[in-house]
Design a protein around this ligand. Structure first.
Ligand code: ADP
Ligand code: ZN
Ligand code: ZN
Length: 752
């Protein structure tokens, strides 16, 4: 008898145990890494085989594995090891980690079966992912013999055999119909055993037919050096991590393309991670121009079936290069040879729900396990990556010049306090409105970034100062002029705009903050300006970002206005002006990464200007012109910023000098949640006293900055320690592991 240890794939937070099942003789081939269907309580569920077992368990009656879901193991040794590492590192169950590797999170669909009188009798399970196939025909040995003994009486059949004999591989019925081979003939020759019918998998590709021409550039000296060094590790199949720090417009993509080319030439596959696929359509196009159908794309708007097809292509080696967002880091590969992470500092690489993994760290783990080099690219590296490069853990590569010889733009700081004193109440400084007019007059284009805190316009009472907040989430409701209603950006709840203050009944309530819609209205008032807006509300469709960018690049508009997403990735040569409204609005968020984020955003935004042959100009509006972060962003001096910021981090004991763990307790009852949080704090403090973890700092409990979401109060604890593994282990062996309402966020992006 063979036994297997199975992790149950259910979206249950506290199902940590694995269970032993017996393999029936017909499934004796099942091994570690297979996906199986097993009985679990009254249900039938999907499970993952984690290990083989020598014997049946003593504590419970062992049930049998019912079926397998694929014809081969889903997890190879490296994927399984990565999954198990992920569950330990990010404090989640093995099944939770493993389901990340499955397109659609689970492979089976349940269907209820009813008897004639309408009574439920059973459930049936099927593989949820629909495979699309087409029927193909190939010639058999008997067919060749029949063709050799050519029979004139059945001319149509002989014609069909001739076509099939000449084809390199089986042909589909549609292809055969195009050369006058009918379905009836195909049926006849199949029945005679002259042709063989097969099903070929059709792979869906929503990016098909979106190709552009390949441009071939002479590499700059800096690019060539970087490619040489990376190429060395590719050729040697060596795990080495490169931090490619290149200013905006320095041609990092060209380096990625060449490194990818070398990897493909060595017969291996490439994984390229990008922060948001919609914003990086340009990079996809450039890769498709070079590599055509060898490129597969995976983004969050793919259907589950499309994603399954992409995964299948990578595993079958039918595609060589996978470009995808965060979750693409879990794709299976036939033979991976290089991982590239573009804009590696982007926080979208961290998943903000359980399991809170960071795609860069998962990629580094996979790379180490399969001995593959990794390229991390950015103009403004994550400080933790920068620190590792400075320590020599990563190989530091620099691109200091713009690739096409253009210069970084000139940055002008507009002091908004002076504007107010002069009586200018508009969102535009006079410097920016002048610059916009001039840019338009010269037939050039501008990008205006509205750096907002996550809310655009909220309703506030001028008498009592209350704003209208979501009753479930403790955040201000956001006003949208389109719907004539206010909406909560956390839970989606909408409410009509009140006529009077709900608190003091004053009628003097009005809109505050500058939303994109308001800024749009003000800019549109300037003479001869045609403005296009890009934000969450205007980009819900599948390719909406791309369409907006295309419309803007075509030159039909002078100004592109938007939030964070206009700042990143585009390369539009005719953009000579970038305006940044309220540069400092993200600077004062109570988060230790606020400066780093603001600096990166301002640098990225400024980097959109002057990428062609015309010089760029940036107007940076601020209420705090002396702020060092603003001043360094104006000179785009990353290294000076990093040096200063690292000193502060060291002083305050923040990453990269320590590790962080955020523990969040959710509870409907604020007091009860707080009590549980206090017990966790006590537990950690005892640990500290017993000195099992040195230099352990426990902060909190304190209410989260958004203290309530969907009626659940959120209480945070922040743990700092250079020996976090010991802290995590202790928590993992404690009663808190199985608390349904306690959440662990390892290496949190935001500590509030
Ligand atoms: P980054 O990603 O570093 O901001 P890109 O890769 O988008 O920069 O390149 C910026 C621009 O420079 C692009 O228009 C690209 O075509 C161009 N470019 C890149 N390498 C070269 C080169 N070697 N010679 C001329 N132009 C180049
Ligand atoms: Zn009021
Ligand atoms: Zn809400």
């Amino acid at each position: 008898m063979k036994y297997v240890n199975v992790a149950i794939n259910l979206p249950v937070k506290n199902l940590f145990k694995q269970f032993t099942y017996q393999l029936p003789p017909e499934l004796a081939h099942v091994d570690v890494g297979w996906r199986v269907v097993v009985p679990f309580g009254a249900q039938t569920v999907e499970g993952f085989v984690v290990a083989l077992e020598a014997a049946a368990p003593a504590e419970y009656a062992c049930k049998e594995v019912l079926a397998t879901l694929d014809t081969r193991p889903w997890f190879d040794a490296e994927m399984l090891a990565t999954a198990l590492w992920l569950s330990e590192y990010y404090l989640c169950s093995p099944a939770e980690a493993m389901r990340l590797f499955i397109p659609g999170k689970t492979g089976i669909k349940r269907q209820a079966i009813y008897n004639e009188s309408g009574k439920l009798i059973a459930y049936e399970y099927e593989n949820k992912l629909k495979i699309k196939t087409r029927t193909c025909f190939g010639i058999t040995a008997a067919g060749r013999a029949a063709l050799a003994a050519y029979d004139k009486r059945v001319r149509a059949q002989m014609h069909a055999l001739t076509v099939l004999a000449e084809a390199a591989k089986p042909m589909s019925s549609a292809e055969l119909a195009a050369v006058q081979v009918s379905a009836a003939t195909l049926r006849t020759i199949s029945e005679k055993g002259w042709a063989e019918r097969s099903e070929e998998r059709i792979l869906r590709n929503s990016y098909a037919n979106r190709t552009e021409l390949k441009e071939s550039l002479q590499m700059t000296e800096e690019q060539r050096q970087a490619v040489d060094v990376i190429g060395d590790a590719i050729a040697g199949q060596r795990q080495e991590t490169f931090l490619l720090q290149g200013i905006t417009g320095s041609g990092k993509t060209e380096v990625y393309l060449r490194a990818a080319m070398q990897t493909l030439e060595a017969g291996k596959q490439v994984l390229l991670l990008v922060p948001e696929i919609a914003l990086t359509a340009q990079i996809v196009k450039r890769f498709q121009a070079w590599f055509g159908d060898d490129v597969a794309v995976a983004h969050s708007k793919l259907s589950q079936n499309e994603r399954a097809d992409v995964w299948y292509k990578m595993r079958a080696n039918a595609a060589k290069l996978l470009i995808g967002v965060r979750s693409a880091v879990f794709a299976p590969f036939a033979d991976l040879g290089l991982i590239i992470i573009d804009e590696e500092h982007e926080s979208s690489y961290k998943q903000d729900e359980r399991p809170n993994y960071h795609a860069r760290d998962v990629a580094l783990k996979r790379a180490r396990l399969s001995s593959v080099p990794v390229v991390l690219g950015s103009a403004t590296p994550d400080l933790e990556s920068f620190y590792k490069a400075r320590q020599g853990v990563y190989t530091h590569l620099h691109l200091l010049q713009r690739a096409n010889g253009s210069l970084l733009p000139q940055v002008e700081i507009a002091d908004m306090r002076l504007e107010l004193q002069r009586g200018n109440k508009s969102v535009l400084s006079s410097a920016l409105s002048d610059a916009l007019l001039q840019t338009a007059a010269q037939g050039e284009q501008a990008i205006v970034l509205l750096n907002r805190r996550g809310y655009s316009t909220f309703v506030m009472c001028r008498d009592c100062g209350e704003s209208v907040v979501c009753p479930h989430c403790a955040v201000a409701l956001v006003y949208h002029s389109t719907g004539e209603a206010m909406r909560c950006h956390y839970c989606g709840n909408t409410a009509p705009i009140p006529d009077e203050c709900p608190n003091c009944h004053s009628r003097r309530i009005r809109f505050f903050g500058t939303g994109t819609q308001k800024a749009e209205a003000e800019i549109a008032e300037l003479p001869d300006i045609k403005i296009l807006r890009m934000d969450q509300d205007s980009t819900v469709k599948k390719f909406a970002h791309e369409d907006i960018l295309k419309a803007f690049s075509s030159g039909a508009y002078n100004v592109l206005l938007g939030t964070q997403m206009v700042a990143k990735g585009h390369d539009i040569p005719n953009v000579t002006l970038v305006g940044i409204l309220s540069a400092d609005s993200t600077l004062n968020l109570p988060d230790f990464r606020a400066s780093e984020r603001t600096f990166a955003l301002l640098t990225q935004a400024a980097g959109r200007a002057g990428r062609g042959d015309k010089p760029g100009h940036v107007v940076l509006q601020t209420y705090d012109p002396q702020n060092p972060v603003i001043r360094l962003a104006a000179t785009q001096d990353y290294d000076a910023f990093a040096a200063g910021e690292l000193e502060i981090r060291q002083e305050l004991c923040y990453p990269p000098y320590t590790s962080l763990l955020k523990i969040t307790v959710l509870d409907k009852d604020e007091q009860r949640g707080n009590t549980l949080a206090q017990r966790i704090v006590n537990f950690l403090q005892i640990m500290q006293l017993e000195n099992t973890a040195q230099e352990l700092q426990v902060l909190g409990p304190f209410p989260a900055i958004v203290a309530k979401v969907r009626d659940l109060y959120r209480t945070n604890i922040l743990v700092k320690s250079p020996q976090m593994e010991a802290v995590k282990q202790a928590l993992w062996q404690s009663e808190f592991k199985e608390c349904r309402n306690v959440y662990f966020d390892v290496d949190p992006i935001s500590v509030v």
